[in-house]
Design a protein around this ligand. Structure first.
Ligand code: NAD
Ligand code: UDX
Length: 477
C-alpha cells in the first residue's frame, strides 16, 4: 500500500510520521508546494517544533517516510491520499471573516483528479465545513479524464493538539472515520481503519457517516473553546468579587459530569483552530438559516476577544493609566507552551493593544523566532495563513524588540507580562530581575503559573487572572 499526504504542515507532517512508524510495510510520502518546508523536513531542523517528532522522523525518513515536492508523481501512485492542507478563514468576498477558505482544498482535489490513473481513497484530514465531501466529490469526478477511476471520500478529522501531537497520535482518545453508507464506502472505511488498527485498539476507532464526522470536528473544537471562554468569563467575576478562579475551577471540575480538564483561566485561547473553526461553524449555521445557533457560538469568540482586551486594560489601568514610553517585558509569544506556533496567539492582540497605548514591548520566547514575531505584529487579521503573505512595513514594529535572554527583556522594564505558560518561566530568578527593573515593578500573570505570594514578598505588584486583586491595585498603595 502507498499513502500520499498533500500538505506537510503541523498536521500532515506529524500524522504521517506516526503512520510510517507504526506501519513499516506502508510507504508514506508527504508532499507540499512549499519547497522550503519540504527541504526542512528533509533536514535536521524540522519546520515545526513538537516534542518527540524529530526522533520519529529520524527513524522512518528514507525507510518508509519521504518528503517531496513531486506532488504529481506521488499522488498519482498512491492508493490513499490524505489531504491536510490549510483551510483558513476567508478574508474577502461572501463570508469574509467567518467562512472557511477552501481554495487550497479545491486545488488539492483538482490535482488529485488530474494525476489519477487508478482508483483512490481520498481522506479529508483538514478541518472543513460540513458537506465539503459532497463538493469535493464533484470536483474529483468532473476533472478526472479516466472514466474507470473511482474516488471514495472519507472524513478522518485530526484531534491532535500542538505541543503534545506525538503523544496524541500515539495514544489518541479516539480516531474518527466517516464515509458513505454504500458498499464501496464501507470498504474504504475498512481500509483506513486497518491502517490505524496497526497501533490503536479497535474500540477507539469510531466510524460514522460523512456529515457526522465532518461536524464532529467543528463541534469538538467549539465545545473545548467554550470551556475556556466560560472559565475566563468567571475569572472576570472572581476579580470583581474576591473569589479565586483556581478554587472555583477545582470545585466544579471535581463534578464528574464537568471534569477537571481545560478549566485554566488564561489571557485568551489562541492557536490556528479554535477561532477559525467556531467562525466556520457559525457561518455554516447562518447559511442554513440558524441565526440563533450561530449567535450562541459566536459568543465564545467574543468572550475570548473581551478577555484579551480586559488584560490590556488591566495593565494600562494598573500602571497609572499610561504605558506611554514604558518598557514592558513580554514573556512568551507562542499560543501555548511546547510549540513555536504563534497562529492566533493572544500575544499578538496584547502586544498590539499595549503598543497602541504607547508602550515599548520587549519580547522573549524560547521557541519563536524574531522574524516570526515581527511578521505577526505587522500582519492584518486572518492574513497569517496565507503562504504568500509578505511582511508589510508597520509603525508597530518601531516599538518592538525581541531578545534571546529573559533577563535582558526585564532589565529596565516597568512590567513583565506572562503570556505563555512555558515551564522555564517558573524557574527564573525574579529577585535578580526585580533589582534591575523600574519601580514600582509589576507582574501581570496571564497564565497563573507563578508563585504570586513569593513575588509580592520580593516587592512586585502582582496581577493574576481571576485572583483577588493585589492591595495596590485596589487601594493604590
Ligand atoms: P499548515 O498551514 O501547517 O499546513 C498546510 C500545508 O499545506 C502548507 O505547508 C501548504 O503549503 C500546503 N498546501 C496548501 N495547498 C497545497 C497544495 N495544493 N498542494 C500541496 N501542498 C499544499 O496547516 P495545519 O496546521 O497542518 O492544518 C491543516 C489542516 O488541519 C487545517 O484544516 C486545520 O484546521 C486542521 N487541523 C489543524 C490542527 C493543528 O493543531 N494545527 C489540528 C487539527 C486539525
Ligand atoms: C486544539 C484542540 O485541543 C485539538 O483537539 C484540535 O485538534 C486542534 O485545536 P491546540 O489549538 O493545538 O488544539 O491546543 P489546545 O491545547 O487545545 O489549546 C488551545 C488554546 O487554549 C491555547 O492558547 C491554550 O493556551 C488555551 N487553553 C487551553 C486555555 O487558555 N485554558 C485551558 O484550560 C486550556
Amino acid at each position: 500500500m502507498k499513502i500520499a499526504c498533500i500538505g506537510a504542515g503541523y498536521v500532515g507532517g506529524p500524522t504521517m510520521a506516526m503512520v510510517a512508524l507504526k506501519c513499516p510495510e506502508i510507504e508514506v510520502v508527504v508532499v507540499d508546494i512549499n519547497e522550503e518546508r519540504i527541504k526542512a523536513w528533509n533536514s535536521d531542523k524540522l519546520p515545526i517544533y513538537e516534542p518527540g517528532l524529530f526522533e520519529v522522523v529520524k527513524e522512518c525518513r528514507g525507510r518508509n517516510l519521504f518528503f517531496s515536492t513531486d506532488t504529481k508523481k506521488h499522488v498519482g501512485e498512491a492508493d490513499i491520499v490524505f489531504v491536510s492542507v490549510n483551510t483558513p478563514t476567508k478574508t474577502h468576498g461572501i463570508g469574509a471573516g467567518k467562512a472557511a477558505d477552501l481554495t487550497y482544498w479545491e486545488g488539492a482535489a483538482r490535482l488529485i483528479a488530474s494525476v489519477s490513473t487508478s482508483s483512490k481513497i481520498v481522506v479529508e484530514k483538514s478541518t472543513v465545513p460540513v458537506k465539503t465531501a459532497e463538493a469535493i466529490g464533484k470536483v474529483l469526478k468532473r476533472n478526472c479524464q479516466d472514466p474507470n477511476v473511482q474516488f471514495e471520500i472519507l472524513s478522518n478529522p485530526e484531534f491532535l493538539a500542538e505541543g503534545t501531537a506525538m503523544e496524541d497520535l500515539r495514544n489518541p482518545d479516539r480516531v474518527l472515520v466517516g464515509g458513505a453508507d454504500t458498499e464501496s464506502g464501507r470498504k474504504a472505511i475498512e481500509t483506513l481503519v486497518s491502517v490505524y488498527a496497526h497501533w490503536i485498539p479497535l474500540e477507539r476507532i469510531l466510524t460514522a457517516n460523512l456529515w457526522s464526522a465532518e461536524l464532529a470536528k467543528l463541534t469538538a473544537n467549539a465545545f473545548l473553546a467554550q470551556r475556556i471562554s466560560s472559565i475566563n468569563a468567571i475569572s472576570a467575576l472572581c476579580e470583581a468579587t474576591g473569589a479565586d478562579v483556581s478554587q472555583v475551577g477545582h470545585a466544579i471540575g471535581t463534578d464528574s459530569r464537568i471534569g477537571p480538564k481545560f478549566l485554566n483561566a488564561s489571557v485568551g485561547f489562541g492557536g490556528s483552530c479554535f477561532q477559525k473553526d467556531i467562525l466556520n461553524l457559525c457561518y455554516v449555521c447562518e447559511s442554513v438559516g440558524l441565526k440563533e445557533v450561530a449567535e450562541y457560538w459566536y459568543q465564545v469568540v467574543s468572550m475570548n476577544d473581551y478577555q484579551k482586551q480586559r488584560f490590556v486594560e488591566r495593565v494600562i489601568s494598573a500602571m497609572f493609566n499610561t504605558v506611554s514610553q514604558k518598557k514592558i517585558a513580554i514573556f512568551g509569544f507562542a499560543f501555548k507552551k511546547d510549540t513555536g506556533d504563534t497562529r492566533e496567539t493572544p500575544a499578538i492582540d496584547v502586544c498590539k493593544g499595549l503598543i497602541r497605548d504607547g508602550a515599548k514591548v520587549c519580547v522573549y520566547d524560547p521557541e519563536v523566532t524574531p522574524e516570526q514575531i515581527f511578521r505577526d505584529l505587522s500582519a492584518p487579521k486572518f492574513e497569517w495563513d496565507r503562504p504568500n503573505y509578505s511582511r508589510s512595513q508597520s509603525h508597530m514594529l518601531e516599538n518592538v524588540q525581541v531578545v534571546s535572554d529573559p533577563a535582558a527583556a526585564a532589565e529596565g522594564a516597568h512590567a513583565i507580562c506572562i503570556l505563555t505558560e512555558w515551564d522555564e518561566f517558573k524557574t527564573y530568578d525574579y529577585q535578580a530581575m526585580y533589582d534591575k527593573m523600574t519601580k514600582p515593578a509589576f507582574i501581570f500573570d496571564g497564565r497563573n503559573i507563578l508563585d504570586h505570594a513569593k513575588l509580592r514578598e520580593i516587592g512586585f505588584i502582582v496581577y493574576a487572572l481571576g485572583k483577588p486583586l493585589d492591595p495596590f491595585l485596589v487601594k493604590g498603595y
